[in-house]
Write a protein that binds this ligand. Structure first.
Ligand SMILES: Nc1ncnc2c1ncn2[C@@H]1O[C@H](COP(=O)(O)OP(=O)(O)OP(=O)(O)O)[C@@H](O)[C@H]1O
Ligand SMILES: O=C(O)[C@H](O)COP(=O)(O)O
Length: 478
């Protein structure tokens, strides 16, 4: 049975580009309340976006039988589609991304990814499944004790409310023995799959061995969904059904659904170190957003492309033409692309550097820009005031140094304020998530992605191998 907070699907329409223009989904709208018809139109319209049509379907949900709102979901079979009848006594291979940071004493310093994996595991154990839980940790070359998953067992057990059993390997007779002794509703954490080089090489024989432990497969490892590895992609060839976990689904709902089909005005804030690592994201967002705010180290390449002096700020000389092209593209598309008007400059790259605020056009030689200035914060805040959807990827400055964290923290605070007013706020992973957590406003955002690389690839419009490999959801006529 679905838990009280788990949306229960009572109708599902696969909104491929073709389906959205066909008459059947439109006809099915007639049975929906007026407010939800508008929602549906928005969603169906966005099916013209090829990424949306491949990853996303319309899901009309109910909680405890009460019709709620339409939410977008991927057109992949979900763990929520499996009932107790499908799961009781079944061995379920769950791939999660439990790649959490550990300190020198093997203490977990951020358990976000463990907490994010819990709803799927809980759903499975509450429905009587035997869960074989797998993950990678770090990038080990062969068996490396410091990358063992053992330190995760106490926290997992605490969050699940049961004692999680740990295997010393991820394949082999000892693991099989532990699987066979698992009770219904039990959880076995198998060892780091990356202790075998075959994992990252996606070797079919290794995938087959992992798959042989279970009856069916759930992928909830959003953070690793951009990797075609044995435990994320290879196993799906041997386990049917292979379905999406709740976390994977939620990430796609926001990073594909809400972005392809935003409530407007839609603003994107892109920062980070280099323009070269964000080209794909900027180009993709330029197709969708109304306002694009740029910050971080990349702005100096844009300034220099416009003929400004940037002192010793970070510049990618080989991307000057690209910056000019992106500015022209934004103009042609009617996107309001805004660069910071002032910057905080430093006399060295250090936390205790001397600093001052100058207009973007007045960076002296020998000084480098490490944050956006107060005027820019105000201008950005004013621009964000009117928005209904905001996505943020990449810090505004070198936020690791307190002196240069002001711009990034101001954006985090503004997004928290907007979230409180009903604006959809999506934080796209990596350093921006760290910044939001540092400010203590993570819990108020609409969605905080658990994937750095994976969220970036999704925002670039790429398909994720770990998602593509899953079974399609069965369309249900309304
Ligand atoms: N003006 C600047 N000069 C130099 N480095 C900067 C500047 N502004 C931001 N950075 C650096 O950019 C880095 C983050 O860039 P990155 O592109 O990796 O962001 P991200 O996309 O949020 O993170 P991830 O790649 O982990 O998802 C931070 O370490 C920050 O210090
Ligand atoms: O931390 C991450 O981004 C994911 O766990 C993927 O890790 P990887 O980059 O080592 O594949």
């Amino acid at each position: 049975m679905a838990s009280a907070t788990t949306p229960t699907t009572f109708s599902l329409i696969k909104t491929t580009a073709a389906a959205s223009s066909a008459s059947s989904p439109r006809a099915s709208l007639l049975r929906l309340p007026a407010a939800r018809i508008e929602n549906f139109r928005r969603l169906a319209f966005s099916a013209a976006d090829p990424l949306f049509s491949r990853h996303v379907a319309l899901r009309v949900s109910s909680i405890k039988g009460k019709a709620t709102r339409s939410v977008v979901s991927m057109a992949k079979k979900s763990v929520g589609d499996l009932t107790a009848a499908d799961l009781k006594g079944k061995k379920v291979f769950v791939r999660a991304d439990l790649n959490v940071p550990l300190d020198d004493n093997q203490n977990i310093t951020d358990d976000t990814r463990i907490r994010a994996a819990i709803p799927t595991i809980k759903y499975l154990i509450e429905n009587g499944a035997k869960v074989i839980l797998s993950s990678h940790l770090g990038r080990p070359k062969g068996v490396t004790p410091k990358f063992s998953l053992a330190p995760l067992v106490p926290r997992l057990s605490e969050l699940l409310g049961i004692q999680v059993v740990k295997a010393d390997d991820c394949i082999g007779p000892e693991v099989e023995k532990l699987v066979n002794s698992l009770p219904d509703g039990g959880v076995l954490l198998i060892e780091n799959v990356r202790f075998y080089k075959e994992e990252e090489k996606n070797e079919p024989e290794f995938a087959k061995k992992l798959a042989s432990l279970a009856d069916l497969y759930v992928n909830d490892a959003f953070g690793t969904a951009h990797r075609a590895h044995a435990s994320t992609e290879g196993v799906t060839k041997f386990l049917k059904p292979s379905v999406a976990g709740f976390l994977l689904q939620k990430e796609l709902d926001y990073l594909v659904g809400a972005v392809s089909n935003p409530k407007r005005p839609f603003a994107a804030i892109v920062g980070g170190s280099k323009v070269s690592s964000k080209i794909g994201v900027i180009e993709s967002l330029l197709e969708k957003c109304d306002i694009l705010l740029l910050g971080g180290g990349m702005i100096f390449t844009f300034y220099k492309a416009q003929g400004l002096s940037v002192g010793s700020s970070l510049v990618e000389e080989d991307k000057l033409d690209l910056a000019t092209t992106l500015l022209a593209k934004a103009k042609a598309k009617g996107v309001n692309l805004m660069l910071p008007t002032d910057v905080v400059i430093a006399d060295k790259f250090a936390p205790d550097a001397n600093s001052k605020v100058v207009p973007a056009s007045a960076i002296p030689d020998g000084w480098m820009g490490l944050d956006i200035g107060p005027d820019s914060v105000k201008t950005f805040n004013d621009a964000l005031e009117t928005t209904k959807t905001v996505i943020w990827n990449g810090p505004m400055g070198v936020f690791e140094f307190d002196k240069f964290a002001v711009g990034t923290e101001a954006v985090a605070k503004k997004l928290a304020e907007l979230s409180g007013k009903g604006v959809t706020t999506i934080i796209g992973g990596g350093d921006s998530v760290a910044a939001v957590e540092k400010v203590g406003v993570a819990s108020v955002m609409s969605h905080i992605s658990t994937g750095g690389g994976a969220s970036l690839e999704l925002l670039e419009g790429k398909e994720l191998p770990g998602v593509i490999a899953l079974n399609e959801a069965t369309p249900v006529a309304v």
